[in-house]
Design a protein. Structure first.
Length: 252
């Protein structure tokens, strides 16, 4: 594994670059991890023991450049320290290696299947996820799990990751108004977790359904009241008729 040096006077997160400051050459490098993080923000809104970084530097040695994945997930860390949030991810401060790293293959090949794979393996990242929308003969999504020091390609779509309690996979959908294939989180039964936009729509549909149920209940109550009123009127007419016949309706 790559060893970060436990030296004195190590730089803090605020003193380190948060990214490599290299412009992305594909919007998907921002949108795909952004969608995954947005889902987590809703799914794990009550949890404070996780962090999902996007294009953020992971520092393992103050004398070496940061490793900067498109996205990464860490568990067992503080979700945030203060209102300034994280600027970078130095392992000597965090003391937790990310459990999942995501790389989106861009038009300019950046050694996602070779050198970067070796870097994350050496760092000890449990799950290395690679997505390439341009692949035709091979799977566009690959999920590699570190087993006995080597990455082993996991089968299926989605792939369940018990150590995280989530599955990850790809399917077509709409995000940001763009219909295409996206990456999503899944439960253990391969049910996809909704995006924030879908969650809003679900909430609206539930509210509409609840309003319709309330309206239907009000209509039923009104109909019942009308039936009761009609029955009372009928009883009153019958009582009046009996009185005309000199019959006390209360004695019947």
């Amino acid at each position: 594994m790559l060893k970060y040096k436990l030296l004195h006077n190590l730089p803090s997160a605020e003193e380190l670059l948060d990214s490599d400051e290299t412009p992305v050459d594909n919007e998907l490098q921002e949108l795909i991890p952004g969608l995954l993080k947005a889902i987590l923000l809703m799914l794990w809104s009550e949890r404070m023991d996780w962090f999902f970084g996007i294009d953020m530097g992971i520092y393992y040695d103050r004398d070496e450049p940061a490793i900067i994945p498109d996205g990464f997930l860490s568990l067992g860390v503080q979700r945030f320290y203060d209102e300034e949030l994280r600027l970078s991810y130095p392992l000597w401060d965090e003391k937790v290696v990310p459990i999942l790293v995501l790389e989106i293959v861009s038009k300019t090949y950046r050694k996602e299947y070779s050198a970067k794979k070796d870097e994350y393996k050496a760092l000890g990242v449990l799950y290395y996820v690679i997505y390439s929308s341009r692949r035709r003969r091979k799977p566009r999504l690959e999920v590699h799990k570190l087993i006995n020091g080597e990455y082993v390609l996991q089968k299926g779509n989605p792939v369940w990751m018990p150590e995280i309690g989530l599955g990850i996979g790809c399917e077509r959908g709409i995000y940001g108004g763009v219909p295409r294939e996206w990456l999503y989180w899944y439960d253990q039964n391969s049910n996809r977790y909704p995006t924030p936009q879908e969650q809003v729509k679900i909430a609206e549909q539930q509210a509409q359904a609840e309003a319709q149920r309330a309206q239907a209940e009000a209509q039923r109550a009104q109909a019942e009241a009308q039936r009761a009123q009609a029955e009372a009127q009928r009883a009153e007419r019958l009582a009046a008729f009996l009185r005309e016949l000199n019959i006390d309706p209360d004695s019947i």
